[in-house]
Design a binder for this molecule. Structure first.
Ligand code: MLT
Length: 335
């Protein structure tokens, strides 16, 4: 799906909203013995395999499985900017054997889609936040501009001719593209994919020109010289990519666009199961191998205090409110 994105969106509001980090509180609950888990557990990822949501989920799944005494299987259910997979998770049996690992899209969807078949707050039990992942602004190899200032000039000079990939309305890559469009004040032709896994493949293949994507997905291709990095969407540089400037230092002040992730269960999942899943998530995020692998990919686990139902509940509610207001002010119409 291609669409010209208007440069008229109020960049400041979107920038501030993207920059909102994970600031939360913890409520611990006692763990009690029960009959959970009795069979393999499925974590639904609402984007295709190989993308950043999938990468993080597959890192955590084996450690969580060992803790829960059952295999944890990842099921990719992509489509409609993640809303197909989320709808599937909302309808699953509320017994702790189907979970959803989803990103910032969970909070933006209500502001963007007229007929969502689920309520991201009412239909889910929050389990915990797990990571807030920086994005990178990247292009296909060989695109003329070699730094961010030149990229901005190039995008302005080629208004409407440059294709920008994203994972659908409301996704992290789409929000970052909205910021870029606002920052350059010129339209980009947006090309929506089911996720940034396939989008990145097309960027490497040269079928699209530019994109934003989470560092966990792009870092390998950047290090391998297969795509061109311009900047990282955090206040300061990533230690994993020390030669790539932060967007702010590269001439895009305030350009911050990280992507937070949370784990959920369908509404009505028994509290005892939720406690065990939260414990397994905490164990996975404290695992040395997981931490090292996340660091290699340019990110880190959420602070332990944020890996709680209360923290994710509060964060999600705040983010739904924030994005509802921000996207409305930006005159992004519901589809
Ligand atoms: C994905 O897993 O494809 C991404 O998280 C999509 C995005 O939010 O840009």
């Amino acid at each position: 799906m291609r669409s010209a994105q208007s440069p008229g969106a109020p960049a400041r509001a979107v920038l501030l909203a993207m920059a909102c980090g994970v600031a939360l509180s913890l409520s611990a609950a006692p763990v009690s013995a029960q009959s959970y888990a009795t069979r393999p557990i499925t974590i639904i990822v609402a984007f295709p395999a190989g993308g950043p949501t999938d990468i993080v989920t597959r890192l955590l799944a084996p450690v969580m499985g060992a803790e829960l005494g059952q295999q944890v299987v990842v099921e990719n259910v992509g489509g409609a900017a993640g809303t197909v997979g989320v709808a599937r998770a909302a309808r699953a049996a509320a017994d702790g054997h189907t979970l959803l690992l989803h990103n910032i899209s969970h909070a933006t969807a209500p502001a963007l889609y007229k007929s969502l078949s689920y309520d991201p707050i009412a239909d889910f039990e929050p389990i915990g936040l797990l990571a807030d992942v920086p994005q990178t602004v990247v292009s296909k190899s060989g695109l003329a501009p070699k730094n961010t200032a030149d990229l901005v000039a190039y995008l302005k000079a080629n208004a409407g001719k440059v294709n920008m990939a994203n994972a659908g309305r409301g996704s992290g890559s789409w929000l970052c593209g909205l910021l870029l469009t606002s920052a350059i004040g010129a339209p980009l032709t947006q090309v929506a994919y089911r996720g940034t896994g396939p989008a990145l493949n097309d960027l490497v293949g040269g079928q699209v020109d530019v994109m934003c994507d989470q560092i966990t997905n792009t870092i390998g291709q950047i290090r391998g010289g297969k795509i061109q990095p311009y900047c990282v969407t955090t206040k300061s540089r990533s230690v994993a990519l020390p030669d790539v400037p932060a967007c702010a230092e590269a001439g895009l002040p305030g350009f911050e666009a990280s992507v937070w992730h949370g784990l959920y269960a369908p509404k009505g999942t028994p509290p005892a199961a939720l406690e065990q899943i939260n414990k397994a998530l905490k164990t996975a995020l404290a695992d040395k191998t997981v931490i090292q692998r996340l660091a290699d990919l340019g990110t880190a686990p959420a602070p332990d205090a944020d890996v709680s139902p209360a923290a994710l509940r509060a964060h999600l509610a705040a983010q739904v409110g924030k994005w509802g207001k921000t996207l409305d002010e930006a005159k992004i119409v519901k589809e």
